[in-house]
Ligand binder design. Structure first.
Ligand SMILES: [Zn+2]
Length: 277
């Protein structure tokens, strides 16, 4: 009995130390996270979403409740949305950023953009950029041309996500350039608006594609790499904060908050420098 009690007493010391250390670490991590959340770096985060609906359950879909929670959080934090074209103008000194600028983007062009995303963003005075795969337009579950015209008329920006959503790095020059060229022309033709924004399929790009975009009137292109975008970020390697479906049992905004904080860390430590202008 007494030996058992001796063992317990002997172990209690190290166990207490482990518990104390863990508590201090948790406290410091939480404090660092909250400080990071309040910190506003110069530059612009770009959020990357795909779908907002209550039908699909894949990792790229947020429910309308989750998305409403994200918008409420962004509003509370004082963010205001700008377009990629305004960002390009900011980079050359021709646009003054609002105090906490953010760009919200949607890839692929699903039909829930019109029914869910658009009214929800309008209700909080925000706008987004929608990157279209032009050969998907009008297919089941995708936006059609009249939807696109409505989005554009209400101040949403349209961009190209190519014609067929094939990673351009896997294609020869001519077909790869055609993907960027014809998707832009057809968007311009039917949606009656010049298109300057591009999103690389699967975030994959190489020097050939970047040069083509630069020389053919695209002003910006977004990747899937995390970080902030400043005056020195190459406009053809824009960083994004990829947002996926919230983890069950965690608050809806937990993933958004953690990923925004992560993008700030990339910025602080210079991990998002990559290709310069
Ligand atoms: Zn895509």
């Amino acid at each position: 009995m007494s030996t058992e009690r001796g063992t317990v007493e002997r172990l209690w010391g190290p166990v207490k130390l482990v518990i104390k250390t863990a508590a201090v670490l948790i406290f410091l991590t939480a404090a660092a996270f909250l400080a990071l959340e309040q910190y506003t770096p110069e530059g612009v985060p770009i959020l990357e979403y795909h779908k907002v609906n209550n039908r699909d359950t894949d990792e790229w879909t947020l429910t309308t409740d989750d998305f409403a929670a994200h918008l409420a959080y962004l509003s509370e934090q004082g963010y205001s949305t700008i377009s990629t074209e305004q960002f390009a103008r900011y980079q050359i000194g021709a646009f003054k950023l609002p105090p906490k600028p953010i760009i919200v983007t949607f890839d692929d062009g699903y039909d829930d953009m019109l029914d869910n995303m658009m009214p929800m963003m309008e209700a909080v005075g925000m706008r987004s950029t929608v990157y279209m795969v032009t050969n998907y337009i009008g297919r089941p579950h995708y936006l059609d041309w009249s939807d696109l015209n409505r989005l554009r008329r209400r101040g949403f920006e349209l961009g190209s996500h190519t014609a067929n959503h094939i990673p351009l790095t896997e294609m020869d020059n001519l077909p790869a350039f055609d993907e960027a060229k014809y998707s832009r022309i057809i968007l311009w033709w039917y949606a009656h608006k010049r298109v300057t924004a591009f999103s690389y399929p699967e975030g994959k790009y190489d020097d050939r594609i970047v040069t083509y975009l630069k020389e053919n009137d695209y002003l910006t292109a977004v990747t899937g790499e995390p970080g902030y975008n400043t005056t020195t970020t190459s406009p053809y390697h824009l960083r994004r904060v990829n947002i996926t479906r919230p983890v069950k049992y965690l608050p809806s905004t937990a993933g958004l908050r953690i990923r925004l904080a992560r993008a700030k860390l990339y910025h602080i430590f210079g991990w998002d420098i990559g290709e310069e202008r």
